[in-house]
Design a protein around this ligand. Structure first.
Ligand code: GTP
Ligand code: MG
Length: 136
């Protein structure tokens, strides 16, 4: 069975949307294998976001991800990587489709980094790498 890493990012936790996001995940039928509240250090985030190093939003992204706790979830199910990305919606919350987490709950706050509520691994390779980083 496939697994993915889902994060409810600091904006989702701070806005009290963890339950609403989990409800959608559970209603879809995916299995919670492990879940915990995390306050990642910079080194953890540098590993997680290595592909974005050097991009203009990289530093603001790390700062944002250190601004408060996130909820890390090990999620399992058939085609869960693709399925959760579909639930999450596209990266830009302003134009993410209604019905998705980002489309329903997210918008542009005029900040340096897009605050789009959730993260989901984008491939089996990313999922394995990221699950190791967040759950060991
Ligand atoms: P994740 O599931 O969080 O990885 O989102 P994603 O796969 O849809 O986006 P990506 O991996 O490309 O970028 C990671 C995060 O960086 C995004 O979720 C945003 O928070 C932020 N980000 C990505 N692209 C931009 C951008 O063009 N501008 C800004 N300001 N932030 C961005
Ligand atoms: Mg990504």
């Amino acid at each position: 069975i496939e697994e993915t890493l889902v994060l409810v990012k600091p904006d989702g936790v701070a806005r009290g949307l963890t339950g609403a996001i989990l409800a959608r995940i559970e209603a879809k039928g995916y299995a919670l294998v492990d879940i915990r509240l995390v306050e990642p250090d910079r080194e953890t985030l540098e590993r997680h976001y290595a592909e974005h190093e050097g991009k203009p939003f990289y530093e603001p992204l790390l700062e944002f991800m250190m601004s408060g706790p996130s909820v890390a979830i090990r999620l399992a199910g058939n085609r869960v990587i693709e399925g959760f990305r579909s639930l999450a919606g596209t990266t830009d919350p302003t134009t993410a489709a209604p019905g998705t987490v980002r489309g329903d709950f997210g918008r542009d706050w005029g900040l340096k980094v897009q605050q789009n509520l959730v993260h989901g691994s984008d491939s089996p390779e990313s999922a394995a790498r990221e699950l190791e980083i967040w759950f060991g």
